[in-house]
Ligand binder design. Sequence first.
Ligand code: DAH
Length: 355
Amino acid sequence: MHDLDATLQRIAAAPDPAALDAERVAALGKSGWVTALLKTLGQMSPDERQVKGPEIQGQRARIADAIEQRKAELDAAELERKLATERLDLTLPAADTPMGSVHPVSQVMDELAEIFADLGFAVAEGPEIESDWYNFTALNMPETHPARAMHDTFYVAPRDGVEGTFVLRTHTSPVQIRAMQQLGAPLRVIAPGRVYRSDSDATHTPMFHQVEGLVVDKGITMAHLKWTLETFLKAFFERDDIAIRLRPSYFPFTEPSAEVDVGWSMENGRRVVGGSEGWMEVLGSGMVQPRVLAAAGLDPDEWQGFAFGTGIDRLAMLKYGMNDLRQFFDGDLRWLKHYGFSALAVPTLSAGVGA
Ligand code: DAH
């Protein structure tokens, strides 16, 4: 004779999932005793069935509930056991050379952050989908400004419930506005990040990287700009013979504006940065246009600033000698192995930012 209480006790005491399943089979399986009882219902008279039916069904339900409860207990205990035993010691040194490598763009971004941190600059960020106001208007490029046409802008399709025009930011300059709004003045930031323009050939890709620099303070002059850029380029290219030349230029967000050339020379048949056999353009820069300060909520009579911007991919190519920008974004493992950097070699000023 099978006894419900004994079955329930054995279920509650089942030491492991296999023992629990054996109890389930013995009671509720095809030849289980509850199943056998259920089969007897067919031969009963209706009156008898009315009494016995709910009784047997009730037993079945209590057993099923008990099995479920014990299963949950066993599962929880198993999880506890795993958590307690399957530990990974993350403080252990990496035994083998780590797989993968740091992309030159990430490497250069780290180098920039390191160099400018030493000069008191923080790193600022902004969204890649940017409003037309931040990307253009606040930077002294109103809707009718001809410079807007120079940017080959990707416009974002309007979305229901979202007011205004949005673009994929065409430069990192809008982060200037965001940084001034968020942090106020005085201010020293760089803003590295992705930018987008509808342009594609060996030296242009639709997505590329820029870094923006912005200093706002009292009594800031073009001399501060020149010293900062010279100091940066010397640290970045790790050479003291860096010569720079500022050429008058035009950007809507700076006045006056200057394009910055760096001197190059031939070494082993290769053109390298340093010396002054020739000049190549590396940066755009200038004194922040008073209207830009005002758009960001600062009083231009009180504050002055300088700003600069340049392409990170281009800096990487100049420093590390790649010549086709498109390969940066091909994801070719052979290229990444060749030009990538060790994840363990963090750029520092003392050990050299050149990795
Ligand atoms: N935003 C410019 C571009 O994408 C680069 C630039 C030029 C940034 C001059 C600046 C600047 O901050 O002062 O071509």
